[in-house]
Design a protein around this ligand. Structure first.
Ligand code: 5AD
Ligand code: SF4
Length: 440
């Protein structure tokens, strides 16, 4: 019988994509995936600390998973990701059942760490900075659930140091992946049937800045679009100060780049933005959005917002609502400020009480609901290009280029196809439509 692995992933898309690569890596050394941890020989918890304190949650999972060792003494428990990076041996002392730990810098060492652990040693490899051979990780394929849309990590780390954020501490400085390595992965994915490429990184818009001969992110967009078979390109996440005019122009110029952009603004008040060290003002953000809308008229914007940053007053918060009203985002991801260990914001004065954060959050969400209602009614009767991605409960589902989910009637032969769909009913979170034409 072959060995089996079970992965539990917490957190963001970057972590999700790391897990996809780890899955590919484990398959490469003879492991098969399982959805049932009780039959696994290797359990991996890929952790995240960006917005919550996962320590307790992870410890309680390990408490449960360690029962596996009673039945299967050779079973291994591994922890990776931000929590592993931050706590290292400290966590192993609290949870001695952990056999393997590694950071986001040395995922590629997992096969060696498994060998070490199988030989009876604790394989704890937490590094402070990326090793020389970090790029080896790209040699491993990813294993995906969605056959038509694939994430491709193009940059790791972040140089921005926003005062609330742990990422620069857990994922290090910006390191752009080489153009050749990215294009090679994209070619491989397209050969495998992928039609939509989603470029990923903490700050994708900064891609190429750290090369000996710096290049712009827009160059990457053009190069990816030239690969035959790439029908759609998306990218997340960008920072407003790195969203240059040439990137906006490339978005307008390249037909495959989707009409959607996730551009976090975090807060509307200039005073709060300064405390966050975001390096832009409300006016700058609105100007970038205006430029985007001028170049890509139907663009669907989405964003991240932090509610209740230390010292945020009602008046500050009004500026956040004002940005939401002016931009009319299709989607917002809003988070109550949560102090992260070791970040400058953790020790700032003027923490906002939780009740106030909750009240502000509900004002924000009710405003957003009304905007979404208005935006989605505009879809009714329109014809949208949809990539059919999946079948659920006998219906097909896919996304518009603006990243809206559409439910359709149709047979399995449409899976993976781009179809023209007439929208018959629109609600804030979902659209219903009928296929008018199979495009390609
Ligand atoms: N508290 C609340 N939200 C946070 N984010 C990052 N750090 C924190 C924090 N300490 C949010 C930001 C970021 C998103 C990925 O998570 O909005 O854009
Ligand atoms: Fe964190 Fe700011 Fe970097 Fe985003 S841009 S990862 S919020 S430091």
């Amino acid at each position: 019988m072959g060995k089996k692995f079970f992965i539990k992933t917490f957190g963001c898309q970057m972590n999700f994509n790391d897990s996809e690569r780890i899955r590919g890596m484990l398959r490469g050394i003879g492991y098969e995936p399982t959805d049932n941890w009780e039959e696994a020989d290797l359990i991996l918890l890929n952790t995240c600390t960006i917005r919550e304190k996962p320590d307790q949650k992870v410890l309680s999972h390990i408490g449960e998973y360690k029962k596996l060792k009673e039945k299967n003494p050779n079973a291994l428990i591994a922890v990776s990701g931000c929590l592993a990076q931050r706590t290292g041996w400290e966590l192993v002392q609290k949870a001695p059942a952990i056999d393997i730990m590694f950071s986001s810098f040395n995922m590629h060492q997992l096969p060696e760490l498994i060998n070490q652990a199988q030989a009876g040693y604790k394989a704890i490899a937490i590094l402070d900075s990326p090793p020389e051979d970090e790029d080896k990780v790209w040699e491993f394929p990813t294993e995906r659930d969605n056959p038509y849309c694939a994430y491709v990590t193009i940059i790791k780390g972040c140089d921005k140091n926003c005062t609330y954020c742990v990422v620069p501490r857990t994922r290090g400085k910006e390191r752009s992946r080489s153009l050749e390595s990215i294009l090679e992965e994209v070619r491989r994915l397209v050969d495998d049937g992928v039609r939509e490429i989603h470029l990923l990184g903490q700050n994708v818009t900064a891609w190429g800045k750290d090369f000996d001969k710096p290049v712009s992110f827009s160059h990457l967009l053009y190069e990816v679009s030239k690969i035959e078979g790439v029908e759609r390109i998306r990218f997340t996440t960008g920072h407003p100060t790195d969203l240059t005019d040439d990137t906006i122009e490339a978005m307008a110029d390249i037909p495959q780049v989707c009409n959607a952009l996730h551009l976090p603004f975090q807060a509307g008040s200039n005073r709060v933005l300064e405390l966050m060290d975001r390096k832009y003002t409300k006016e700058f953000y609105l100007e970038r959005v205006a430029k985007l809308k001028e170049n890509v008229p139907d663009i669907a914007m989405s964003t991240d917002i932090i509610v209740g940053f230390p010292t945020e007053s009602d008046e500050d918060f009004e500026h956040t609502l004002d940005v939401v009203r002016q931009v009319e985002f299709e989607q917002i991801f809003s988070f109550k400020f949560s102090p992260r260990p070791g970040t400058p914001a953790e020790s700032m004065e003027g923490h906002v009480p939780d009740e106030v954060k909750t009240q502000r959050m509900s004002r924000l969400l009710s405003l957003q609901k009304s905007i979404m209602g208005k935006l989605s009614s505009r879809y009714e009767g329109s014809v949208q290009e949809v990539l059919v991605e999946d079948e659920k409960d006998g219906k097909l589902v896919g996304r518009t280029t603006t990243n809206k989910w559409v439910t359709l009637e149709g047979g399995k032969e449409l899976l993976g196809k781009l179809v023209a769909v007439e929208i018959t009913k629109a609600s804030p979170f979902n659209l219903l439509g009928e296929v008018r034409e199979v495009l390609r």
